[in-house]
Design a binder for this molecule. Structure first.
Ligand code: CA
Length: 524
């Protein structure tokens, strides 16, 4: 199966794969010789094949094929090749700390109306206060429905990073003044995957709608010739720079479309400019962007806002994914590891250490003891982002850092309130969140030099990235953190052609790490 996923949280991703990879799923892309489309289609249908999608601009079609039709097509002289129609999924996880980090606040976006960023994702919540004022168009897709709704939430988060409006509420994006043009192509519904052929069709739809930059916070393990050729064509012949997520599997494998030569592969770094442990490290990684704890827009009411106060002081807390909304108030009680019913918790807020069992079991132990809310503190450095993993609980729950946990152990009995409420914003983690930082910067920089080519803009971004990790390009960070102002200064000084015409060639370093789960989908 060759699929493209939104680079979403790992558990969501696994679910999507397991439920979709059924035996009946025999969809292929058929590449035929110029002018032979009708003949090939007729032959395919005579052998029991069913057309799924025409790719007229690619002399190709996607179809569901029984074995008979597959064999007939593979032996047909009018057919160049038949390949599995692999799937594409959206990619996700977590702040506008990224906006100054990429120098977006140092470059004016007044000219951004000469650029169009096309977002291929799960749609765009047009009702959102930070997105409704944008210069945005979209394409209707019979498979996924209206582009201006977002059942998956991923696309709306990506869009906010590129262009959330500076309006005094919510967040701001890389291009915050509503000047940048956006075009939305919705390839992901609520369940979140698409075929590679759908991605090719979407990219062509972007081109037809004037895109200069394509944002693809998505990917999959297997490559597709059709995709490879399409993105190469868009880059070389249609002056479009495609930006895609390096992948969230924390290994050294390539993900596609990010790893085609014509596509910029983006790694995720945190607020300390350290590569995320989930970010895939490969010789195709080209640039890095903020991709850990990224705050952006989500469809109205789809986010959670978490507030924890202890003894009148606010403590940074992250609501557990799948936690019910609500407020719990009471004295703070120590429940240790929460491995059995928490004694003396009636009407209190449980403080529990991470470790040994799942977060859901710990929250249940609190609830069984009469607790009204549960706070789990990390047992390793850093904030705890956790999930109930779909387990229903009756009390609100949240994670906090190891250091806050240690401090709160000294405040047992203090009046504590945990409130989890609906919000229009959320923190996500993922190379999916790094990608729109780079795509937004690409358009912002390009808007100041509209006569430069896609490859010239790409070279300027590579040449001016803030080198991170091993000196020079490396597989974890590529050339480093994308820098908007430095790229503008470089092009101002050197012109479109740059000082030496930057190029990308590989180095190698690093590998995945097997550290404890730090993503939003940690269950224990
Ligand atoms: Ca705003």
């Amino acid at each position: 199966m060759n699929k493209r996923l939104p680079i979403l949280l790992a558990s969501t991703l696994a679910l999507a794969i397991s439920t979709q990879a059924s035996a009946a799923d025999d969809r292929y892309i058929i590449k035929f010789k110029e002018g032979k489309g009708p003949a090939v289609k007729a032959m395919m249908e005579n052998n029991g094949g069913r057309s799924a999608l025409a790719l007229e601009k690619r002399n190709a079609m996607a179809a569901n094929l029984p074995a008979k039709a597959l064999n007939a097509l593979r032996n047909n002289p009018n057919v160049d090749y038949v390949e599995q129609d692999v799937k594409r999924y959206p990619m996700a996880e977590t702040v506008p700390f990224g906006i100054p980090m990429v120098q977006a606040d140092q470059v004016i976006d007044a000219m951004a109306g000469n650029q169009t960023v096309c977002i291929i994702d799960s749609g765009y919540d047009i009702a959102h206060e930070d997105l409704s004022g944008n210069n945005v168009t979209g394409s209707f897709d019979s498979g996924t429905g209206n582009w201006y709704t977002d059942e998956n939430h991923h696309g709306t988060h990506v869009a906010g990073t590129i262009a959330a409006i500076s309006n005094g509420v919510g967040v701001v994006g890389v291009n915050p003044n509503g000047n940048l043009k956006l075009h939305i192509v919705k390839v992901f519904g609520a369940d979140g995957w698409a075929y590679s052929s759908s991605l090719v069709a979407a990219a062509d739809e972007c081109a037809s709608n004037g895109a200069s930059v394509i944002n693809m916070s998505l990917g999959g393990t297997f490559k597709s010739r059709t995709e490879d050729q399409a993105f190469a064509d868009l880059y070389a012949n249609q002056n479009i720079l495609s930006i895609a997520a390096a992948g969230n599997d924390g290994n050294t494998r390539h993900s596609y479309p990010a790893s085609y030569d014509s596509v910029v592969s983006v790694a995720a770094i945190d607020s300390n400019k350290v590569v995320a442990d989930f970010s895939q490290q490969t010789d195709q990684v080209e640039l890095s962007g903020p991709g850990v704890d990224v705050l952006s827009s989500v469809p109205v009411g789809a986010g959670l806002s978490t507030t924890l106060t202890v003894g009148g002081n606010a403590i940074e807390a992250s609501g557990m994914e799948d936690s019910p909304m609500g407020t719990g108030s009471g004295a703070l009680v120590d429940c240790g590891l929460g491995e059995s019913t928490c004694a003396d918790a009636t009407g209190k807020v449980c403080l529990i250490s991470r470790g040994n069992i799942s977060f859901a079991e710990k929250v249940q132990a609190c609830e069984a003891g009469g607790g009204v809310a549960a706070v789990v503190y990390n047992n390793e450095p850093g904030m705890l982002f956790g999930t109930m993993g779909g387990v229903a609980t009756g009390i609100p729950s949240a994670g906090i850092s190891d250091t806050d946990g240690a401090a709160l152990l000294g405040q047992l009995g203090a009046s504590t309130t945990l409130a989890i409420e609906a919000s229009d914003y959320a923190y996500y983690n993922g190379t999916s969140m790094a990608t729109p930082h780079v795509a937004g910067v690409t358009a912002l920089v390009w808007s100041h030099f509209p006569s430069c080519t896609a490859s010239e803009i790409r070279a300027a971004l590579d040449n001016t990235a803030e080198d991170l990790g091993a000196a020079g390009r490396d597989n974890a960070y590529g050339y480093g953190l994308v820098q908007a102002k430095d790229a503008v200064d470089y092009l101002t000084a050197n012109g479109c052609g740059g000082s030496s015409g930057g190029s990308s060639s590989g180095g190698s370093s690093g590998g995945g790490s097997g550290k404890p789960c730090k993503g939003k989908n940690c269950t224990k």
